[in-house]
Write a protein that binds this ligand. Sequence first.
Ligand SMILES: NC(=O)c1ccc[n+]([C@@H]2O[C@H](COP(=O)([O-])OP(=O)(O)OC[C@H]3O[C@@H](n4cnc5c(N)ncnc54)[C@H](OP(=O)(O)O)[C@@H]3O)[C@@H](O)[C@H]2O)c1
Length: 253
Amino acid sequence: MAEGSNGTLLILGGTGEAVDLAAAAVARFGPALRVVTSRAGVTQDPAPVAGAERRGGFGGVDGLAAYLAAESVDLVVDATHPFAAAMSAQARAACLRAGVPRLQLLRPPWAPGPGDRWVEVADAAAAARALPGLARRVFLTTGRRGLESYAGCAGLWFLVRLIEAPDTPLPLPACQVVTGRPPFTLAAERDLLARHRIDGLVTKNSGGAAGAAKLAAAREAGLPVVLLARPAAEPGERAETVDQAMDWLARRV
Ligand SMILES: NC(=O)c1ccc[n+]([C@@H]2O[C@H](COP(=O)([O-])OP(=O)(O)OC[C@H]3O[C@@H](n4cnc5c(N)ncnc54)[C@H](OP(=O)(O)O)[C@@H]3O)[C@@H](O)[C@H]2O)c1
Protein backbone atom coordinates (compact mmCIF):
# COMPACT_ATOMS: atom_id res chain seq x y z
CA MET A 1 0.00 0.00 0.00
CA ALA A 2 1.51 3.40 -0.95
CA GLU A 3 2.49 5.68 1.93
CA GLY A 4 -0.33 8.03 2.97
CA SER A 5 -2.83 6.33 0.68
CA ASN A 6 -6.30 5.39 1.83
CA GLY A 7 -6.12 1.62 1.53
CA THR A 8 -8.93 -0.86 1.98
CA LEU A 9 -8.97 -3.80 4.39
CA LEU A 10 -11.55 -6.53 3.93
CA ILE A 11 -12.26 -8.57 7.06
CA LEU A 12 -14.13 -11.81 6.42
CA GLY A 13 -16.24 -11.99 9.53
CA GLY A 14 -18.73 -14.07 11.46
CA THR A 15 -16.75 -14.20 14.71
CA GLY A 16 -16.12 -12.07 17.78
CA GLU A 17 -12.51 -11.71 16.66
CA ALA A 18 -13.66 -10.08 13.41
CA VAL A 19 -15.68 -7.51 15.38
CA ASP A 20 -12.74 -6.84 17.71
CA LEU A 21 -10.29 -6.53 14.81
CA ALA A 22 -12.51 -4.05 12.96
CA ALA A 23 -12.75 -1.92 16.12
CA ALA A 24 -8.99 -2.06 16.69
CA ALA A 25 -8.15 -1.26 13.05
CA VAL A 26 -10.55 1.69 12.86
CA ALA A 27 -9.20 3.07 16.15
CA ARG A 28 -5.55 2.59 15.16
CA PHE A 29 -5.47 3.61 11.49
CA GLY A 30 -8.35 6.08 11.24
CA PRO A 31 -8.86 7.46 7.71
CA ALA A 32 -5.62 5.83 6.46
CA LEU A 33 -7.51 2.56 6.14
CA ARG A 34 -11.06 1.85 4.98
CA VAL A 35 -12.20 -1.16 7.00
CA VAL A 36 -14.98 -3.31 5.53
CA THR A 37 -16.31 -6.35 7.39
CA SER A 38 -18.11 -8.98 5.34
CA ARG A 39 -20.71 -11.24 6.88
CA ALA A 40 -22.47 -14.20 5.30
CA GLY A 41 -25.86 -12.86 6.41
CA VAL A 42 -26.83 -16.03 8.26
CA THR A 43 -27.56 -14.27 11.57
CA GLN A 44 -30.41 -11.75 11.38
CA ASP A 45 -29.22 -9.41 14.11
CA PRO A 46 -25.41 -9.56 14.41
CA ALA A 47 -23.35 -7.36 16.75
CA PRO A 48 -22.62 -3.88 15.35
CA VAL A 49 -19.22 -3.51 13.73
CA ALA A 50 -16.84 -0.53 13.43
CA GLY A 51 -16.19 0.74 9.90
CA ALA A 52 -18.24 -0.41 6.93
CA GLU A 53 -20.17 -3.65 6.57
CA ARG A 54 -21.42 -5.74 3.67
CA ARG A 55 -23.59 -8.85 3.88
CA GLY A 56 -24.16 -11.99 1.83
CA GLY A 57 -22.04 -14.41 -0.18
CA PHE A 58 -19.72 -13.15 -2.92
CA GLY A 59 -20.55 -15.96 -5.34
CA GLY A 60 -17.57 -18.28 -4.93
CA VAL A 61 -13.95 -17.59 -5.84
CA ASP A 62 -14.86 -15.68 -9.00
CA GLY A 63 -17.25 -13.44 -7.10
CA LEU A 64 -14.76 -12.68 -4.35
CA ALA A 65 -11.93 -12.03 -6.83
CA ALA A 66 -14.21 -9.62 -8.70
CA TYR A 67 -15.15 -7.90 -5.43
CA LEU A 68 -11.47 -7.48 -4.46
CA ALA A 69 -10.78 -5.78 -7.79
CA ALA A 70 -13.95 -3.64 -7.86
CA GLU A 71 -13.43 -2.38 -4.30
CA SER A 72 -9.63 -1.98 -4.69
CA VAL A 73 -9.04 -4.17 -1.64
CA ASP A 74 -5.40 -4.02 -0.51
CA LEU A 75 -5.45 -6.48 2.39
CA VAL A 76 -7.68 -9.35 3.50
CA VAL A 77 -7.98 -10.82 6.98
CA ASP A 78 -9.92 -14.04 6.99
CA ALA A 79 -11.43 -13.96 10.48
CA THR A 80 -14.18 -16.47 9.73
CA HIS A 81 -15.01 -19.28 12.15
CA PRO A 82 -12.54 -22.21 12.25
CA PHE A 83 -15.30 -24.43 10.78
CA ALA A 84 -16.10 -22.06 7.87
CA ALA A 85 -13.83 -24.11 5.61
CA ALA A 86 -15.46 -23.24 2.29
CA MET A 87 -15.10 -19.49 2.80
CA SER A 88 -11.47 -19.82 3.91
CA ALA A 89 -10.58 -21.93 0.87
CA GLN A 90 -12.31 -19.42 -1.42
CA ALA A 91 -10.52 -16.53 0.27
CA ARG A 92 -7.16 -18.15 -0.30
CA ALA A 93 -7.87 -18.86 -3.97
CA ALA A 94 -9.33 -15.40 -4.69
CA CYS A 95 -6.49 -13.56 -2.91
CA LEU A 96 -3.89 -15.58 -4.78
CA ARG A 97 -5.59 -14.74 -8.07
CA ALA A 98 -5.95 -11.05 -7.24
CA GLY A 99 -2.48 -10.74 -5.69
CA VAL A 100 -3.92 -9.45 -2.41
CA PRO A 101 -2.06 -10.32 0.84
CA ARG A 102 -4.20 -12.48 3.13
CA LEU A 103 -3.90 -13.31 6.81
CA GLN A 104 -5.95 -15.99 8.52
CA LEU A 105 -6.98 -15.06 12.07
CA LEU A 106 -7.55 -18.44 13.67
CA ARG A 107 -7.97 -18.93 17.39
CA PRO A 108 -6.19 -22.02 18.80
CA PRO A 109 -8.29 -25.15 19.33
CA TRP A 110 -9.23 -26.32 22.83
CA ALA A 111 -7.07 -29.05 24.36
CA PRO A 112 -8.22 -31.51 27.03
CA GLY A 113 -7.05 -31.02 30.63
CA PRO A 114 -7.23 -33.11 33.80
CA GLY A 115 -10.77 -34.35 34.44
CA ASP A 116 -11.93 -33.98 30.84
CA ARG A 117 -13.69 -37.01 29.29
CA TRP A 118 -13.38 -36.12 25.61
CA VAL A 119 -14.08 -38.33 22.63
CA GLU A 120 -12.66 -36.60 19.55
CA VAL A 121 -14.40 -37.45 16.27
CA ALA A 122 -14.00 -36.36 12.65
CA ASP A 123 -17.54 -35.19 11.92
CA ALA A 124 -21.22 -35.22 12.91
CA ALA A 125 -21.80 -38.71 11.51
CA ALA A 126 -19.01 -40.06 13.72
CA ALA A 127 -20.43 -38.14 16.70
CA ALA A 128 -23.83 -39.76 16.14
CA ARG A 129 -22.17 -43.19 16.06
CA ALA A 130 -20.28 -42.46 19.28
CA LEU A 131 -23.26 -41.19 21.32
CA PRO A 132 -25.22 -44.36 22.15
CA GLY A 133 -23.58 -45.87 25.22
CA LEU A 134 -22.09 -42.50 26.21
CA ALA A 135 -25.21 -40.44 26.95
CA ARG A 136 -29.03 -40.36 26.77
CA ARG A 137 -29.76 -36.63 27.28
CA VAL A 138 -27.40 -34.75 25.01
CA PHE A 139 -26.57 -31.04 24.86
CA LEU A 140 -25.84 -30.33 21.18
CA THR A 141 -24.07 -27.03 20.37
CA THR A 142 -22.87 -27.64 16.83
CA GLY A 143 -25.28 -25.30 15.03
CA ARG A 144 -28.16 -25.98 12.63
CA ARG A 145 -26.10 -27.54 9.86
CA GLY A 146 -25.38 -31.28 10.17
CA LEU A 147 -28.24 -32.10 12.56
CA GLU A 148 -29.52 -34.66 10.03
CA SER A 149 -26.65 -36.89 11.16
CA TYR A 150 -28.41 -37.44 14.50
CA ALA A 151 -31.78 -38.33 12.96
CA GLY A 152 -31.23 -42.04 13.56
CA CYS A 153 -30.29 -41.64 17.24
CA ALA A 154 -33.37 -43.40 18.58
CA GLY A 155 -33.71 -43.32 22.36
CA LEU A 156 -31.62 -40.15 22.76
CA TRP A 157 -33.04 -36.77 23.71
CA PHE A 158 -31.29 -33.58 22.50
CA LEU A 159 -31.11 -30.08 23.89
CA VAL A 160 -30.08 -28.05 20.83
CA ARG A 161 -28.62 -24.57 21.30
CA LEU A 162 -28.88 -22.25 18.31
CA ILE A 163 -28.24 -18.52 17.84
CA GLU A 164 -31.76 -18.01 16.50
CA ALA A 165 -34.91 -20.14 16.66
CA PRO A 166 -35.14 -22.40 13.57
CA ASP A 167 -37.95 -21.72 11.12
CA THR A 168 -38.40 -25.41 10.25
CA PRO A 169 -38.63 -28.41 12.60
CA LEU A 170 -35.29 -30.02 13.44
CA PRO A 171 -34.60 -33.49 12.00
CA LEU A 172 -34.18 -35.08 15.43
CA PRO A 173 -36.26 -37.83 17.05
CA ALA A 174 -36.72 -35.95 20.36
CA CYS A 175 -35.40 -32.50 21.11
CA GLN A 176 -35.85 -29.06 22.62
CA VAL A 177 -34.29 -25.85 21.28
CA VAL A 178 -32.71 -23.14 23.40
CA THR A 179 -31.45 -19.95 21.81
CA GLY A 180 -28.44 -17.94 22.93
CA ARG A 181 -25.25 -16.41 21.62
CA PRO A 182 -21.80 -16.50 23.20
CA PRO A 183 -20.26 -15.63 25.58
CA PHE A 184 -21.84 -17.95 28.16
CA THR A 185 -20.87 -17.96 31.82
CA LEU A 186 -19.90 -21.07 33.75
CA ALA A 187 -22.81 -20.51 36.14
CA ALA A 188 -25.31 -20.37 33.26
CA GLU A 189 -23.87 -23.49 31.60
CA ARG A 190 -23.85 -25.39 34.90
CA ASP A 191 -27.47 -24.42 35.46
CA LEU A 192 -28.51 -25.45 31.92
CA LEU A 193 -26.89 -28.89 32.27
CA ALA A 194 -28.54 -29.49 35.65
CA ARG A 195 -31.99 -28.18 34.65
CA HIS A 196 -32.19 -30.46 31.62
CA ARG A 197 -30.46 -33.42 33.35
CA ILE A 198 -27.87 -33.47 30.56
CA ASP A 199 -25.49 -36.43 30.64
CA GLY A 200 -23.39 -35.73 27.53
CA LEU A 201 -22.25 -32.82 25.34
CA VAL A 202 -21.53 -32.63 21.62
CA THR A 203 -19.64 -29.60 20.37
CA LYS A 204 -17.18 -28.40 17.74
CA ASN A 205 -13.58 -27.69 18.66
CA SER A 206 -14.12 -23.99 17.99
CA GLY A 207 -11.58 -22.80 20.57
CA GLY A 208 -11.72 -19.39 22.24
CA ALA A 209 -12.94 -18.12 25.58
CA ALA A 210 -16.51 -17.25 24.61
CA GLY A 211 -17.63 -20.87 24.21
CA ALA A 212 -15.34 -22.59 26.71
CA ALA A 213 -17.64 -22.48 29.76
CA LYS A 214 -19.71 -25.46 28.59
CA LEU A 215 -16.56 -27.60 28.60
CA ALA A 216 -15.73 -26.49 32.15
CA ALA A 217 -19.31 -27.24 33.24
CA ALA A 218 -19.14 -30.69 31.63
CA ARG A 219 -15.80 -31.34 33.35
CA GLU A 220 -17.23 -30.35 36.74
CA ALA A 221 -20.19 -32.68 36.25
CA GLY A 222 -17.97 -35.52 34.97
CA LEU A 223 -19.85 -35.63 31.65
CA PRO A 224 -18.48 -37.10 28.42
CA VAL A 225 -17.87 -34.60 25.61
CA VAL A 226 -17.94 -35.61 21.96
CA LEU A 227 -15.77 -33.06 20.20
CA LEU A 228 -15.87 -32.53 16.43
CA ALA A 229 -12.37 -31.98 15.04
CA ARG A 230 -11.64 -28.86 12.97
CA PRO A 231 -11.29 -28.96 9.22
CA ALA A 232 -7.70 -28.49 8.09
CA ALA A 233 -6.66 -24.83 8.03
CA GLU A 234 -5.71 -23.18 4.75
CA PRO A 235 -1.98 -22.69 4.14
CA GLY A 236 -0.62 -19.17 4.42
CA GLU A 237 0.11 -16.52 7.00
CA ARG A 238 -1.73 -17.00 10.26
CA ALA A 239 -2.40 -15.12 13.50
CA GLU A 240 -4.00 -16.56 16.63
CA THR A 241 -5.06 -13.30 18.28
CA VAL A 242 -6.41 -9.88 17.32
CA ASP A 243 -3.16 -8.31 18.60
CA GLN A 244 -1.11 -10.50 16.26
CA ALA A 245 -3.40 -9.58 13.37
CA MET A 246 -2.95 -5.89 14.24
CA ASP A 247 0.84 -6.35 14.09
CA TRP A 248 0.47 -7.88 10.61
CA LEU A 249 -1.65 -4.90 9.53
CA ALA A 250 0.73 -2.37 11.07
CA ARG A 251 3.56 -3.76 8.92
CA ARG A 252 1.51 -3.12 5.78
CA VAL A 253 -0.55 0.05 6.34
N1 LIG B 1 -19.44 -23.01 10.69
C1 LIG B 1 -19.54 -22.64 11.95
O1 LIG B 1 -19.53 -23.46 12.88
C2 LIG B 1 -19.68 -21.18 12.30
C3 LIG B 1 -19.81 -20.81 13.63
C4 LIG B 1 -19.92 -19.45 13.96
C5 LIG B 1 -19.92 -18.51 12.97
N2 LIG B 1 -19.79 -18.89 11.66
C6 LIG B 1 -19.79 -17.85 10.63
O2 LIG B 1 -20.94 -18.01 9.85
C7 LIG B 1 -20.65 -17.76 8.47
C8 LIG B 1 -21.11 -18.93 7.63
O3 LIG B 1 -20.42 -20.08 8.11
P1 LIG B 1 -20.38 -21.40 7.23
O4 LIG B 1 -19.77 -22.46 8.05
O5 LIG B 1 -21.71 -21.60 6.57
O6 LIG B 1 -19.33 -20.94 6.11
P2 LIG B 1 -18.78 -21.72 4.84
O7 LIG B 1 -19.44 -23.05 4.74
O8 LIG B 1 -17.31 -21.66 4.87
O9 LIG B 1 -19.27 -20.76 3.66
C9 LIG B 1 -20.46 -20.97 2.95
C10 LIG B 1 -20.70 -19.79 2.05
O10 LIG B 1 -21.15 -18.67 2.81
C11 LIG B 1 -20.61 -17.47 2.28
N3 LIG B 1 -19.82 -16.85 3.35
C12 LIG B 1 -19.25 -17.43 4.43
N4 LIG B 1 -18.65 -16.53 5.20
C13 LIG B 1 -18.84 -15.34 4.60
C14 LIG B 1 -18.45 -14.01 4.92
N5 LIG B 1 -17.76 -13.72 6.05
N6 LIG B 1 -18.81 -13.03 4.06
C15 LIG B 1 -19.50 -13.30 2.93
N7 LIG B 1 -19.90 -14.53 2.59
C16 LIG B 1 -19.57 -15.54 3.41
C17 LIG B 1 -19.81 -17.85 1.07
O11 LIG B 1 -20.70 -17.75 -0.03
P3 LIG B 1 -20.20 -17.42 -1.51
O12 LIG B 1 -19.57 -18.66 -2.03
O13 LIG B 1 -21.45 -17.02 -2.23
O14 LIG B 1 -19.21 -16.29 -1.43
C18 LIG B 1 -19.45 -19.29 1.34
O15 LIG B 1 -19.22 -20.06 0.19
C19 LIG B 1 -19.15 -17.51 8.35
O16 LIG B 1 -18.94 -16.15 8.14
C20 LIG B 1 -18.58 -17.96 9.69
O17 LIG B 1 -17.51 -17.13 10.12
C21 LIG B 1 -19.69 -20.20 11.31
